[in-house]
Design a protein around this ligand. Structure first.
Ligand code: APR
Length: 252
């Protein structure tokens, strides 16, 4: 039967696919109250200078300012709850044997929605390490409200959130997994990214060049939407449950 709507088209393709890669960005957490980065006025980067807060230079200049900013963001993430978009992706993982979820988000909402395997290509805001010797640091609750970052017990340098700052390289092991998955998947489902931050923004093209179908979910049209085979224009928390709904009856 010829699918009549883009949602049905996407669902039919997902039903027939074996290996699916899902790439998410800040938009998938927007409905949970975690602000995206580049939304006008509301986006984090419309209020704060990324270079001053998410960079080695900023941390060297004023480690307390950077620490307090990340602790504020961590509190926002801890107070947030996964939305129907996160839950739909966790369900899709259970329906598809080969499912690779790569996220640019530093929040843990995918995991809290039930996703078992989540590859954080820009790091995690609830993990900490030494800025110098990279030793993992188990943050104590009281340290979240401190004015300054903790000191590394191994080398006495400063502790920081284990996120990727501007100008820093991405975790090699996760990059390797993401690129291999993009080169071997049948479908790349992209949700809530503006597609302007490289190298991750290359992934949809890597998948497409390797013959995969690219599906993009975003309320706004972005460079990813333009190159996608199917563009589902809307909020992830609305479109993804609809996609699962359309998918379920087609599955054995
Ligand atoms: N559902 C789906 N998409 C949404 C929603 C929603 N409810 N709300 C907003 N969006 C879309 C926006 O239209 C935008 O295209 O999500 C996208 C968010 O884009 P950015 O704020 O640029 O976030 P992202 O693409 O994840 O940024 C990439 O940049 O700042 C760095 O390291 C940071 O990982 C981040 C990277």
């Amino acid at each position: 039967m010829i699918p009549t709507t883009p949602i049905r088209q996407a669902a039919q393709a997902l039903a027939q696919a074996h290996h699916i890669v899902c790439l998410t960005g800040a938009g998938v957490s927007a409905e949970s109250g975690v602000a995206p980065f580049r939304a006008a006025q509301t986006g984090l980067w419309s209020k704060f200078y990324p270079q001053r807060l998410a960079s080695q230079e900023g941390f060297a200049d004023d480690p307390g300012l950077v620490w307090r900013w990340y602790m504020e963001r961590l509190r926002t993430v801890e107070a947030a709850a996964p939305n129907p978009g996160h839950r739909a992706l966790a369900q899709l993982e259970t329906l598809k044997p080969a499912f690779t979820l790569v996220t640019q988000n530093v929040d843990n909402l995918h995991e809290r929605a039930g996703s078992r395997q989540v590859y954080h290509i820009h790091g995690r805001i609830n993990h900490f390490r030494c800025n110098y010797c990279r030793a993992e640091y188990p943050l104590q609750a009281h340290e979240q409200t401190q004015e300054q970052p903790p000191i590394c017990p191994h080398c006495s340098e400063l502790v920081r959130p284990d996120v990727v700052w501007f100008g820093e390289s991405l975790p090699v092991d996760v990059v390797d997994i993401a690129w291999r998955a993009a080169e071997s998947c049948e479908i790349m489902l992209v949700v809530g990214t503006s597609g302007v931050v490289y190298p991750v923004a290359q992934l949809p093209s890597v998948a497409k060049r390797a013959g995969a179908l690219v599906i993009d979910v975003n309320p706004q049209c972005t460079p990813v939407s333009e190159m996608a085979d199917i563009f589902l224009q809307g909020a992830g928390g609305v479109v993804l449950p609809q996609l699962l709904e359309a998918l379920s009856p087609t599955l054995p």
